[in-house]
Design a protein around this ligand. Structure first.
Ligand SMILES: Cc1cc2nc3c(=O)[nH]c(=O)nc-3n(C[C@H](O)[C@H](O)[C@H](O)COP(=O)(O)O)c2cc1C
Length: 170
């Protein structure tokens, strides 16, 4: 039976949720990542930065904009050392300025995804997944099979996630 890994980055604090900025105790992407785990089983791995992003929404958008312009690779608190144990890797994060946060680039470049099936998804206020999954795939530069990316609203119900998973054929 295929083994699933759901890796995610998700930020607590002020964020867009259901059309307005709220202070959220659990990040939107983390909630969807947990729905995925309930649907397919497997392990969760939280990607986290050594230097935390601001919990203030506007300040965080400025930090993210600086990282985007600089092509930054923020340092991770921990790295995954057993990716060979898994077949399907869900790569999950928020949409920041239309792209995956730079921390997701640090992650995909730090591990060997060759031979894996990678399933990217993001949560966003309103933006589509756009080029974000394709750009992340290009950075990963490994012989993995990347499925089409999927975007969810932060407030998406569990049933939406289950319907998506059941159509993936994994
Ligand atoms: C730095 C930053 C940039 C964002 N950029 C976008 C964006 O370009 N488009 C969009 O629809 N939402 C944007 N958002 C909203 C988030 O994508 C949305 O709230 C997401 O669900 C947050 O996920 P998280 O709680 O897991 O971090 C941005 C939020 C932040 C903090």
């Amino acid at each position: 039976m295929a083994k699933n890994l759901i890796i995610y980055y998700s930020r607590k604090g002020e964020n867009y949720w259901n059309g307005s900025i709220k202070n959220i105790a659990k990040g939107n992407t983390e909630i969807v990542a947990e729905f995925i785990q309930k649907a397919v089983g497997g392990d969760l791995f939280e990607v986290d930065t050594v230097k935390p992003y601001s919990t203030d929404y506007t300040t965080c958008t400025q930090e993210a904009q600086r990282e985007l312009r600089a092509g930054a690779r923020p340092e991770l608190k921990k790295y995954l050392d057993n990716i060979e144990d898994y077949d399907n890797i869900f790569v999950c994060g928020p949409c920041w300025w239309g792209q995956a946060p730079k921390i997701m680039y640090t992650f995909v470049e730090s591990c060997n995804l060759s031979g894996k099936t990678v399933i990217p998804f993001c949560t966003s206020g309103s933006s589509s997944i756009g080029t974000s999954a394709k750009n992340l795939q290009a950075a990963a530069a490994s012989q993995a099979t990347w499925l089409d990316g999927r975007r969810f609203a932060g407030s998406s119900p569990r049933s939406d996630v289950e319907n998506w998973i059941s159509g993936l054929g994994i």
